[in-house]
Design a protein around this ligand. Structure first.
Ligand code: G3P
Ligand code: MG
Length: 242
């Protein structure tokens, strides 16, 4: 169970440029205790806080992430697409992101992305190494992934870490998968979630988190139905952050 009903998606990406150190700072400033970020991999193996497999949406450069080296991307501006106030924002490595999030005292929902250019092993083993070195409080860490093999590897190598499965639509065999992988939570797209699934997951003892909810009425309704947490681009959607 995480200590927040709101989780800042990519670092409150309606309020600051997604997956940047500035967005983590913004999350802290508005009083949201937990943040969700994406970890991704460059061609040289560097792990970075970045959602897409391409540079084009968030930077002035083009190309696939898997074709980049850290030296190629570290000076890229990933804040100007959001606003001129954030034009100094640069891509952060996972290590830099963890150090910053931890210094702010935030809890972390770390989503491990696996694009087809890499295997789950390539990203999981390096992510474990970085977390071992840079993250100290595993009570304030919840790892999630759409990729079952990522969660299987984590279950094997770090059985004490809290992990949750991401799905767009929760599959029929979610309970068996959760048991096999010793998961603590289910994460799903709120648009496909039914009230019956909410009841079943609550009964199972697993936590349930929904993405990406940006409408206040929908967020309040889901929480009232028993969803444990809302992953939102706007943690201020219910008024003061909580
Ligand atoms: O962790 C929830 C959410 O981040 C999953 O989707 O594409 O925004 O990473 P995406
Ligand atoms: Mg994500």
């Amino acid at each position: 169970m995480i200590a927040s009903r709101l989780i800042a998606h990519r670092g409150a990406s309606l309020l600051a440029p997604e997956n940047t150190l500035g967005a983590m700072t913004k999350t802290h400033e508005i009083g949201t205790p937990w943040v969700e970020i994406d970890v991704n991999r460059l061609g040289d193996g560097t792990l970075v806080m970045f959602h897409d497999d391409q540079l084009g949406r968030l930077t002035s450069a083009r190309g696939r992430l898997c074709d980049q080296r850290w030296d190629d991307v570290k000076a890229l501006d990933i804040g100007s697409h959001f606003s001129a106030d954030y034009s100094g924002e640069r891509m952060a490595t996972l290590s830099q992101a963890l150090d910053h999030i931890q210094a702010l005292g935030l809890g972390l929902n770390l989503e491990i992305k696996v694009y087809p250019e890499f295997t789950p092993e390539q990203i999981v083993f390096d992510t474990i190494k970085v977390l071992d070195t840079h993250w100290h409080d595993t009570d304030k860490l919840l790892i999630s992934s759409f990729n079952s093999e990522v969660l299987n590897l984590l279950h094997h190598w770090r059985p004490d870490w809290q992990c949750g499965h991401l799905w767009e639509r929760i599959p029929k065999d979610w309970a068996e998968i959760a048991e096999d992988l010793n998961l603590v939570s289910v994460h799903c797209d709120h648009r496909h979630l039914t009230e019956e699934q909410i009841r079943q997951i609550r009964t199972s003892g697993l936590d349930l988190y929904c993405y990406t909810v940006n409408e206040p009425e929908r967020a309040a309704h889901l929480l009232q139905l028993g969803v444990d947490g809302i992953i939102t681009d706007d943690p201020l959607l219910l008024g003061a952050s909580r």
